[in-house]
Design a protein around this ligand. Sequence first.
Ligand SMILES: Cc1cc2nc3c(=O)[nH]c(=O)nc-3n(C[C@H](O)[C@H](O)[C@H](O)COP(=O)(O)O)c2cc1C
Ligand code: SF4
Ligand code: FES
Length: 615
Amino acid sequence: MDLHVIGPLASPAERAAVDSVLGPPESGWVGGARRPGIDGHAASGGHAIRAKRSQLLPALHAVQDRIGWISQPALNYISRRLAVPPAEAYGVATFYALYSTRPRPPVVAHVCDDIACRIAGAERICEDLGRAVGPAGEAARDGRVGWIRSPCLGLCDRAPAAMITRAGDPATVTTAAPVDAAGILDRLEGATVTRPPLAARQSGDTGLRLLRRIGAVDPGSLDDYRASGGYTALTRALQMGAEAVIAEVAASKLMGRGGAAFPTGRKWAAVASQPAQPHYLVCNADESEPGTFKDRVLLEGDPFAIVESMTIAAFATGASLGYLYIRGEYPEAEARIRNALESARTAGLLGPDIAGSGFAFDIELRRGAGAYICGEETALFESIEGKRGEPRNKPPFPVEVGLFGKPTVVNNVETLSNIPLILEMGGEAYAQIGTEGSTGPRLFCLSGHVERPGVYEVEFGATLRDLIELAGGVGGGGDIRAILLGGAAGVFVGKDSLDMPLTFEATRAAGATLGSGVIMVFDQTVDLVDTLRRIAQFFRDESCGQCVPCRVGSVRQEELLARLAAGSSVRSRDEELVLLRDIGQAMRDASICGLGQTASSAIESALRQPELVTL
Ligand SMILES: Cc1cc2nc3c(=O)[nH]c(=O)nc-3n(C[C@H](O)[C@H](O)[C@H](O)COP(=O)(O)O)c2cc1C
Ligand code: SF4
Ligand code: FES
């Protein structure tokens, strides 16, 4: 395969950006072009090619970060250096929303207009920016700045939110919330605003387990982490041995917190027993479900706990390399994790001989690039491997054939944060917390019309009413109209569900879901039709497009809602609702992955309850 590309050469700055990730090119490269006949991918065994290809996203990030967009010559240079066909590299670059293959100003505000932010005034902000800066997506003020709309930034507790990307060397990404148009304009013009330190909503509550260090222990200090009990669980794990660790996790009956609620002990045992080598561990920190921000709080506020938990998980399952895949919109969390990884490495808590035990393990940090679908575990593998985030068919399951085709454990951030607790108190004792079918503590993300939005920790079994009261009740003394449970892929419930215990079993019996722990409250002032249309738009935008039911169904669903809202349909309302249900059924039955299977859940649940919304 000849990868030689004729055309303009990448600029020195573009090449420098790529080389900062890939290292200087081997001899034989001339000015960023490959001399015909001298191939940049001479060492092209299958393994070497796969390893190179997995550098594709980091290389694209480097150009996007430093230059502000990815030009065709820059893309060609990356293609040649990584031996990736240019068409495939283009396919990857155009898949991810945080990359731009068209000129983009160096400073861009990504303004969240998703569900929590729009009920906090996001549309007004967008209108103001439109007047002050110009239309979304266009360069303004001599090409220096611009703004675009963004899906949920994981800052719903402080809505409305924005993220500012500033290209250069070094590039910076910052978030701002709550923010108004004037605040965004200031930041576009270079103002830097220090973010207030992370504060726990339940600070002072001595019963906290998962959140006990948030706002109380310096997240930048390994010494402080150790002084607060950190790394005692790893020491215990190394003494107990891998099998005993898995036995404790199984005894705890811990279920995954990423949405699918799979038993963690069973997953770990399955990977540990696989003969194929190596085994990989992936921490899923892609948290992009609208309304979800619990993992961000853990990553920002207790990063060493994630690193320690990953190390224990790797020890138990025989993994020698771990990946922490963090969404690209979490710059502050990424910086904290990066620091934690470096500190742990320096202290011998990551690397070839962890704590003198002979156990070797390290963690690579990978940054997502703005694709909700990459939270789906197999799409995440594809992304790490340098491909478009398109989910794989299952089976085979990741425990057998996962990242790079090898046995892989994938766990959510919150799931992992339970591991030290389980080893400290013992699996049996942990299983006494919560209910029979839902053990342990659980984090919930309260947002929308509550008095004190934020992340709250309770034991499984607390009711929806308990959580809303913990968050101070409905803001401004308003009255609840609807509650979105579980995120955009979840369901709407009404006030009659306030006494529902928030457990896997009770929500399942009620036809609801806990999903990623979202509880978004809407009072009587909210235009729920607008909310439903934004949810439909979200799924249309985020569908990877790989399978027809989801690619077409998510578009048809959005069009149908628009027709109903505008009263422009040639069908009767009842006929439209039947059609909507048919579309939802087709997506549930025939989509490859959970995105398509749940894309209609929230919308259908709302329309089933005329007291919540009428169209
Ligand atoms: C569309 C989609 C998005 C997902 N996003 C996430 C996510 O952001 N974080 C996460 O942990 N799991 C997410 N999941 C679930 C993962 O596929 C997987 O089940 C989970 O990471 C396993 O970890 P757990 O067993 O600890 O929950 C998503 C699933 C789907 C279908
Ligand atoms: S269901 Fe949607 S997101 Fe999932 S693979 Fe199919 S097209 Fe992609
Ligand atoms: S940050 Fe805007 S909806 Fe979540």
